[in-house]
Write a protein that binds this ligand. Sequence first.
Ligand code: SF4
Length: 362
Amino acid sequence: MIELRLKVDPLPIDVPLIVRVNDAPSNANGQHDAFLIEVTGERREYDFNGFSLGVYAGVDECMDGDVLLLLPGQASAHRLIRAQSEHNTFLVTEQCDQLCVMCSQPPKKHHHDMFEHFALAALLAPIGATIGISGGEPLLHKHRLFEMLSHVTKARPDIRFHVLTNAQHLNAGDIETLSDLGWDRVLWGVPIYSATADVHDQIVGKEGAFRSLERGLATLFRAGASVELRTVVLQQNWDDLPALADFVSTRLSAVSFWAVMQLERIGYGRMNWTTSFKDTSTDFDPLARAIDIAAARGIQAWLYNFPACSVPPVYRRHAPSTISDWKRKYLNFCDSCSARGTCGGFFQWYDHRQGFAELGPL
Ligand code: SF4
């Protein structure tokens, strides 16, 4: 697995510090840039404005252009931006107002406001980067989030954001801000689990969530924002999928596309695995009908996090490789598979003993 935390020699700092590390001195032309002066085994020494910064990483690891967050008193740095990767995400808060049965990042009570540092890291990202924003629920800190998005999108016209949010904290007063951000600069990834309010509310552990979600989506649509709907396939919503496809394609047809996702076995997803995981390698029918309904009405449905061999051949074109590189793995039988180059494989924390029953090389 690719490490997103790197050991560092602690620096005598009393506030968080953002540093971009560069291999060549010629690329280190700003006050947040450091450049490489020596490599000894796994230790790389950088010159950071005349100070020594020691960072430890695998000898083959490319870090040129990466952006690190160093915290006072800590001997590790958060690798906020990996310049060579398309999978960079800022976890802006661990607070959340829901308790979803499949949550991969169970909420915490406390919040440390790091938006200023995330904004700086985004400004130092490579040309054309798309940066994910996740939580927790990012919109619990709506005004700080909007400030960051506005600041970065104005200063860096090439940067785009993909914000994962339950959308429930948006209201008509946000339309102007959302519109100003631009439909082509921010994609809002919003979960919906059923067209039946009670089922959705039970899955997210919050009464009234579905009604608030409808209001939030209406706000995004009125602002002309780009919206990706996200639905995790679960035992709890399996039979509802065709009705949800009908709802999406009639009531929410302004969405850019619909992502139907497999469950991630981590956090509450791991705790609730046996009661929530739906083995789509043995039964695909309701999902097939949902995709057909959406397609017939012009809604593009994608299958995220599905191993290609868990999907019937006719639907495989809907299943791109989507698991982020740093948390992706393949199993032994994948070695002889002709689809390995295009299949997204499995999450690192997938356990095949409790997983898909009917998989195998293509
Ligand atoms: S065998 Fe492995 S690589 Fe091939 S489709 Fe299945 S999961 Fe993907």
